[in-house]
Design a protein around this ligand. Sequence first.
Ligand code: ADP
Ligand code: MG
Length: 340
Amino acid sequence: ESQLNPNYNFVNFIEGDSNRLARSASMAVANKPGGTSFNPLLIYGGVGLGKTHLAHAIGVDIKDKYPDKTVLYISSEKFTQQFIDSVKSNTRNDFIHFYQMIDVLIIDDVQFLSGKAGTQDVFFHIFNHLHQNGKQVILTSDKAPVDMQDIEQRLLSRFKWGLSAELQAPDYETRISILQNKLYRDGVEMPEDIVEYIAKNIKSNVRELEGVIISMIAQASFNRREFSLELAKQIVDKFVKNTKKEVSIDYIQKEVSKYFDMDVATLQSKTRKRHIVQARQLAMFFAKRLTKTSLASIGNQIGQRDHATVLHACKTVDNLTETDKQFRKYVDDLTKKLTF
Ligand code: ADP
Ligand code: MG
């Protein structure tokens, strides 16, 4: 039994800037398992960004193209449990032998191997055997190898042998596509403004995007209600409440300074140097946009300026965003940083 979920395939994995590398590397691996330099292929990224989906998609596609290959998908927790059981029942060798016979081994969430020396040790030997024999290994993790903790060095170095591809939070366009695709597959029509509202407000987790849709459909049919913006707001609020991080003006100043490689004192200083003025204006703009603070108080906190200066800053940022491509990129980058 391969444990693969056929619903997690490449066809319904929506492509976007946030996942392009990981997706195309996954497809390359599926075309030629063990035959690319992406071995192991490690897919990493935050919760709900599609790691498990992509890992399955590779396996599903390989089973389709190479029906004779043995493909196994397993979570690292289950792998650990099997190993522990095999030790208890004196069948450790059978366990190792079983895994060494697999053509394509997919282990999900390897961060859970952290601190488990025995399991890491046995996995190290299985990995070496598979790799030496040209078998494909696919791993997922919530972190890049450099950031993994309590994983043995020799195993980490193996993780870095192939390709580590990150799944990032999807941008707005991709979120819209994911929502539309989900609605289409569920055979549901939803007004565009509602889809846009959801995409605007759920930013960092595809599972939550889907969750809102599922919840909308359930609520609407249960209460015989139409899809309304009102309902979307209620549901989105529930999702956002649990995950929204508090954005403070301090945080905004820190992030903007960091982005422009200056310190907060410089950003707040009286200088008229253009790039510093722009950084300060951006901090004001985001403070206005992302907090409920008054213009006067924003000015006070960002280098003791008055409310008119803040208002002017917001207008300037609006104008520059329209006319200056480079500036627009600053706003986009910072929006991502501050709201994800
Ligand atoms: P992770 O393993 O990273 O926590 P999952 O793979 O479980 O995330 O994805 C969460 C949900 O979001 C799944 O239902 C998955 O199908 C969906 N999903 C994630 N990324 C995409 C995408 N690019 N296109 C379509 N669905 C996606
Ligand atoms: Mg997962």
